[in-house]
Design a binder for this molecule. Structure first.
Ligand code: SIN
Ligand code: FE2
Length: 210
């Protein structure tokens, strides 16, 4: 990608280990609209519970929108053109693409919007997002629903970490020097948001895949 994005970018409210955080980027009405758009995504491509390479069920349920979806099973982590059921992934909603455009300042659109659902008790271990072809493109994340503690480590495995609570409407970018930082979700705080009727947390991550 180009060194400088073609369009101006907003200044993050918080910078933690190079990870940019835009607290409250989406107002509650925009959050509710996005949830409605995601309902259509999930109707076309239902959530599934992936397994790790080692055959352990993940606690997070997932689906995707876009040209590619992210999947995991005993064959490993990878992007696929189709949902495990065989249907094509639905398109990424315009409301979601608009956040990518406004925050990244890029003309290139993401190929994949991974949708993670965290019910009470779900979490995600420390990992890097590294199944994409070109780490020059950022990964952008949108949080909706219950608050979650997001942990940020280092490019190398292990070492000291820091964490930040992500609330509904917060947007985060891992790009540049922070593109390959280890990160994960320690826990979700049940009942901290009324956005999702059944409770829990949705996280969207937008990625350029190839
Ligand atoms: C992820 O790393 O894929 C998800 C991060 C999050 O849920 O905020
Ligand atoms: Fe990730």
């Amino acid at each position: 990608m180009s060194e400088t994005p073609p369009h101006p970018r907003p200044t993050p409210g918080l910078l933690l280990r190079g990870v940019e955080i835009f607290p409250g980027w989406l107002e509650p009405p925009a959050q509710a609209e996005m949830v409605e758009d995601l309902r259509a995504v999930v109707a076309a491509a239902p959530f599934f519970q992936p397994e790790t390479r080692f055959g352990r069920k993940m606690s997070v349920r997932m689906t995707s929108a876009g040209r590619y979806g992210w999947v995991s099973d005993r064959r490993g982590y990878r992007y696929e053109r189709r949902h495990p059921s065989g249907v094509a992934w639905p398109p990424i909603p315009a409301s979601v693409l608009a956040v990518w455009e406004a925050i990244t300042g890029l003309d290139r659109r993401p190929d994949c919007c991974l949708v993670n659902y965290y019910a009470e008790g779900a979490k995600m271990g420390m990992h890097q997002d590294r199944d994409e072809a070109d780490f020059g493109w950022p990964v952008l994340s949108i949080s909706l629903g219950d608050a979650a503690r997001f942990r940020i480590g280092n490019i190398e495995r292990g070492g000291a970490t820091e964490s930040v609570w992500l609330n509904s409407g917060d947007v985060l970018v891992m790009g540049g020097e922070a593109r390959l930082v280890h990160h994960g979700i320690d826990r979700v705080r049940p009942g901290s948001s009324t956005l999702l009727k059944g409770g829990g947390r949705l996280n969207l991550t937008l990625r350029v895949v190839d």
